[in-house]
Design a protein around this ligand. Structure first.
Ligand code: F6P
Length: 421
């Protein structure tokens, strides 16, 4: 039996380095002489039989993916339900894979995508279709269990810590006669990993950020305002980092945009301006706020070198796992030591990953709930080390990002309609 082709798909929120994973997948397939396809917009493209044939993709464009943010083939938020509820989708998926002789499926995403990968592995087994399904980790939220960190996180962490440091220098310069409080909102739906990484910006007492609001700690308005007031009185100004996932004592998000995605996740955003307005109304301080939103997860210009290396490594390992006949696993990052920082990849079953969210441990948050501990610092620091600056064009002054000429493979099956999400 031939080793068949490999299909790679991106899923969920993209990151500054997910394309480094794609680059590794394509280059490793080429080296191993395996035909490689990418699904357009994740599982949606797989169902529609919209598969980019990457066999002829030029080497320079493929290499440039390593330093290009976004998701080169399109991503999706699309939930495959249980085998019973979505039988037609599963059968269609297997028909598409069969039609293109695809024996290896790599799904690059977070917790939800690990769940989808697992279901695909299960259905393939049930339908007796030989398929190796490998989950490939990615999420800026850093909330996958088992793995030490998630590719994408180190870069958003670096962007966040650097931005807090730089913006705080601005506030420090302005505070005497202008701005007293700067509020920055960061992503991380239910887990405070990104918010905590902001804490790396400060080393000594009274360094910014002075207050971090984590999803893991219920928002206490009185304690928060007291902390801001005391900081402004003592330091002259105050930098606040607030996670989009902060909840009140009743467990309700402080800021929900009112929409949900296919997985039922509430769309968040807007807690930054909310917090800033609260400070103004209750304490009277002049403020500025920032919601970097997509800027933080696409900031490839300030990517962490460690993160880019890990993103590349998981892509390469995923191909190797599939070709070795592994199924239903994910390459997880195992920290061997923090000082010096050493890590390796190990295969872990998707059953241990799917639908589990890893929260920030309480031991990483100071007793007062507003800062990070030395243990947190030991964990985070290695992940933001090193720069992996993309090449810049001397004339335009802009990064040289990949612009791929993608070609869809000829369809072999009748059209299939799915509800767009
Ligand atoms: O993928 C994780 C994440 O970046 C979250 O932190 C954020 O809340 C969410 O994605 C935004 O998702 P979308 O781009 O689908 O609105």
């Amino acid at each position: 039996m031939s080793q068949g082709n490999l299909l790679y798909a991106q899923s969920g929120g993209v990151t500054a380095v997910i394309n480094a994973t794609a680059c590794a997948v394509i280059q490793t397939c080429r080296r191993r002489k395996v035909g490689v396809f990418a699904a357009r917009n994740g599982i949606i493209g797989a169902l529609r039989e919209e598969l980019f044939d990457l066999s002829g993709l030029e080497a320079a464009g493929t290499a440039a993916l390593r330093h290009t943010p976004g998701g080169a083939f399109g991503s999706c938020r699309f939930k495959l339900k249980s085998l019973d509820a979505d039988r037609a989708h599963y059968e269609r998926l297997i028909a598409v894979l069969r039609a293109h002789d695809i024996r290896h499926f790599l799904y690059n995403g977070g917790n939800d995508s690990a769940d989808t990968s697992l279901k695909i592995a299960q259905i393939a087994r049930a339908l007796r279709f030989p398929l190796n399904v490998i989950g490939v980790p990615k999420t800026v939220d850093n909330d996958l269990p088992v793995t030490d960190s998630c590719p994408g996180f180190g870069s958003v962490a670096k962007y966040t810590a650097v931005s807090v440091l730089e913006a705080s220098l601005d506030v420090a310069a302005m505070h005497e006669s202008s701005t007293k409080v700067f509020v920055m909102e960061v992503m991380g739906r239910h887990a405070g990993w990104i918010a905590a990484a902001a804490g790396l910006a400060g080393k000594r007492a009274d360094d910014p950020p002075h207050v971090i609001l984590f999803p893991e700690i219920a928002f206490d308005e009185a304690a928060f305002l007291a902390r801001v007031k005391a900081t402004v009185e003592r330091v002259g100004w105050c930098t606040v980092v607030v996670s989009e996932g902060v909840k009140n004592a009743d467990g309700r998000f402080l800021a929900e945009a009112g929409t949900t995605d296919a997985f039922g996740h509430a769309q968040l955003g807007g807690v930054g301006p909310f917090i800033a307005q609260l400070v103004k109304t209750r304490l009277g301080y002049k403020f500025h706020w920032a919601v970097p939103d997509y800027l933080q997860r696409s900031a490839r210009h300030i990517a962490s070198k460690v993160d880019a290396e890990q993103a590349f490594a998981v892509g390469k390992a995923a191909v190797e796992y599939a070709l070795a006949g592994r199924n239903g696993v994910m390459p997880a990052i195992k920290r061997v030591s923090s000082t010096p920082f050493k890590w390796k990849l190990v295969p872990v079953p998707l059953t241990t990953i799917a639908n589990v969210e890893k929260k920030l441990p309480r031991s990483y948050i100071t007793a007062d709930g507003f800062g990070i501990t030395p243990a947190a610092r030991r964990y985070f620091e290695p992940l933001i080390r090193g720069e992996d600056t993309p090449p810049y064009n001397a004339k335009s002054g802009l990064p040289e990002y990949a612009t791929l000429k993608l070609k869809l493979a000829r369809k072999k099956l009748p059209a299939y309609r799915i509800a767009d999400k």
